[in-house]
Design a binder for this molecule. Structure first.
Ligand SMILES: NCc1[nH]cc(CCC(=O)O)c1CC(=O)O
Length: 309
């Protein structure tokens, strides 16, 4: 029987979502009469070791995936489960996205001290997030908010609500849903108020480009609407060169008739500058490029250049 070794980070969320992927793949194998055994391998990444520095200062997104990709190259693992939003735009030569499974809720949400929603945050409220994208969009609505940087895994961030005396923290709903912590969420932020990160709520199954067995299995697991919408969002990100952690958001939806609607935003961390565009099309890659180019025509590159410095 063929054994497939699955690589993952060792955070509670990573282990939970990888376990869920393996369970779904096992069911799929049963259905198709494919005999496979799965083994989980935990990998400690640089992003997990450096938790006390703002991500953008230590090298951005790639931090969570490099060691895992090395394990793929070395044949120590056969595929890896990542959060799509942690994936850099370009994969290294030889590795591919084997499948994008069905997306969880893409929205950001609030866990608040007083149990209220966004409108109930007190004047000058201390809001914990280290995402420049979240800071930008909430400060644009509420310049009085006092943004406090909090990093760490979602469990430690929730603890910081109390230990750091915050009024609220902002997290991706998807992570909390997957952990079974839905009841901790006090409010969902509509995507019109806070555009999610590119790929938020989606997973990325990465494997070797020449592993026909794994590719064949993963092809059965792919979710078409999620693949289309996330492809549009990532095409947008790629055109803006948004490889590291920058205030960029995007969200695409696919209608019954095949029309994709993509909204993209670029802003400054203080929310004083923010530009947004929405367009519709049928080719996800082209649509992503068009929305990015519309924002570039309105000064997106200049806004982003100030952040990266
Ligand atoms: N940046 C960390 C990260 N990467 C993926 C998720 C979970 C949500 C998802 O899968 O998109 C989170 C936590 C968060 O942003 O709250």
């Amino acid at each position: 029987m063929r054994k497939i070794v699955v690589g993952t980070r060792q955070s509670a969320l990573a282990l939970t979502q990888t376990g869920q992927v393996i369970d779904q793949l096992k069911a799929l194998c049963m259905e198709h009469g494919i005999e496979v055994e799965f083994e989980l391998k935990k990998i400690v990444t640089k992003g997990d070791r450096i938790l006390d520095v703002t991500l953008s200062k230590v090298g951005g997104k790639g931090l969570f995936v490099k060691e895992i990709e090395q394990a793929l190259f070395d044949g120590e693992i056969d595929f890896a489960v990542h959060s799509m939003k942690d994936m850099p735009f370009q994969l290294p030569e030889g590795l591919v996205v084997g499948a994008i499974p069905e997306r969880e809720d893409p929205r950001d949400c609030l866990i608040t001290k007083n149990g209220g929603g966004f409108d109930e945050l007190p004047q000058g409220a201390k809001l914990g997030t280290s995402s420049l994208r979240r800071a930008c969009q909430l400060q644009q609505q509420r310049p009085d908010l006092n943004i406090v940087s909090v990093r760490g895994n979602i469990d430690s961030r929730i603890r910081k609500l109390e230990t750091e005396g915050l009024d609220a923290i902002m997290l991706a709903g998807a992570g909390l849903h997957r952990m079974g912590w839905k009841d901790r969420i006090d409010a969902y932020l509509p995507t019109e108020l806070c555009l999610p990160a590119v790929g938020q709520g989606a997973l990325c199954i990465e494997c070797r480009g020449d592993d026909a067995f794994v590719l064949g299995l993963l092809a059965k697991y792919r979710h078409e609407p999620t693949t289309v919408t996330v492809t549009a969002e990532r095409s947008f990100l790629g055109r803006l060169n948004g490889g590291c952690q920058v205030p960029i958001g995007a969200y695409a939806q696919l209608a019954q008739d095949g029309q994709i609607t993509l909204t993209g935003m670029v802003g400054s961390p203080d929310g004083k500058q923010m530009i947004k565009e929405t367009m519709t099309g049928t080719d996800p890659e082209q649509l992503g490029l068009h929305v990015a180019e519309a924002l570039i025509a309105r000064g997106a590159s200049e806004i982003l250049a100030l952040v990266v410095e």
